[in-house]
Design a protein around this ligand. Sequence first.
Ligand code: UT7
Length: 346
Amino acid sequence: MTDRVAVLAGYGADAPDRVVTNLELESTLDTTDAWITSRTGIRERRWADPGTSTGDMAVRAGRMAMRRAGVTRVDRVVLATSTPDHSCPATAPWVAHQLGLGTVPAYDVAAVCSGFLYALAGAREAVLAGTSDTVLVIGADRFTSIVDPGDRGTAVIFGDGAGAVVIRAGASGEVGTLGDVVLGSDGSQSDHIMVRAGGARQPLTSSTPQRDRHFAMRGPEVFTAAVSRMTDAAATALDRSGWATGDCDWLVAHQANWRILAAVGRAIGIHEDRVVCDLDRFGNTSAASIPMALAHHAAGFRTGDRLVLAAFGGGTTWGATTLTWPGRTSRSATTGRTEVLSELTR
Ligand code: UT7
């Protein structure tokens, strides 16, 4: 009997139409295109219009991933977000309803920028345990709903968007297989990335100060932790998959800052040309950034390419996993071998 594995079957992404360039931000903030580009690598980001929610973007990305996977039903929907449409209830059931998925289990996962990998870990475990055969995993965030547009430390970095993947049960050895998902957290740093008010500890009142209503980040501390946690998690994920440093074709890491991505790539032996980057066009989209980067770079991957995914975010939380890039395959009746029929991207 072949071992059951979790396989990537489809992907999708959605971003608002509105492009906000660094130059546009120069007119409202004490910042420059030169500072933003050199310190982060970001050139532009997308901002949702007032009528567009996290759930709206999640639905569009999810529909695209399901279409690409060739499925109309899934057994479970997991939405990674820290900007849900409402603080209660979760947004995933509404997303599942919009996708016509009936009464499937649907829930949100909140691990900020690591949320997609946390959601993916649960989806993979459900597939391996046999409790689900097909899972829709979405990362979506509308960070402009929590960022202070007047805070140059964060307003230049974050953008809005959604990315999604479909995970299905497969047989050992298939291309598209997801490796162990390595996860970690350090709650002693919970105040490094935080919206202080609006939760149970500090409910909103008319006297809540403006600064407590918005997202705040201790940038330099987060930078250092992001590099070391993502490096360690990626190295562990590679090790668990039996891949040596240098065996890996691509790093697809949370799109926080080009300097962070390049440093993690260097530390695990992946050349800058092989570090996937779309933050120049989309900025940091939090939980959406890894599935968006996968979708945006899909045409650059070849079937069987070895990818390592890594993220770091608020909590603080982090995670990493490995993935071979899938293609359309069939198992030969005569040889029993799995053959690639076409690249998933075509
Ligand atoms: O997504 C979750 C994970 N997030 C991350 O991984 C983000 C990690 N952190 C970072 O990417 C970087 O720390 C930032 C991009 C947020 C900031 O870059 P930095 O190089 O760490 O800058 P800094 O905060 O140390 O600030 C350096 C200087 C300061 O001025 P002084 O005190 O040296 O005069 C800041 O006030 O740059 C100033 N500054 C800016 N200047 C122009 C900060 N933001 C800006 C800005 N434009 N937008």
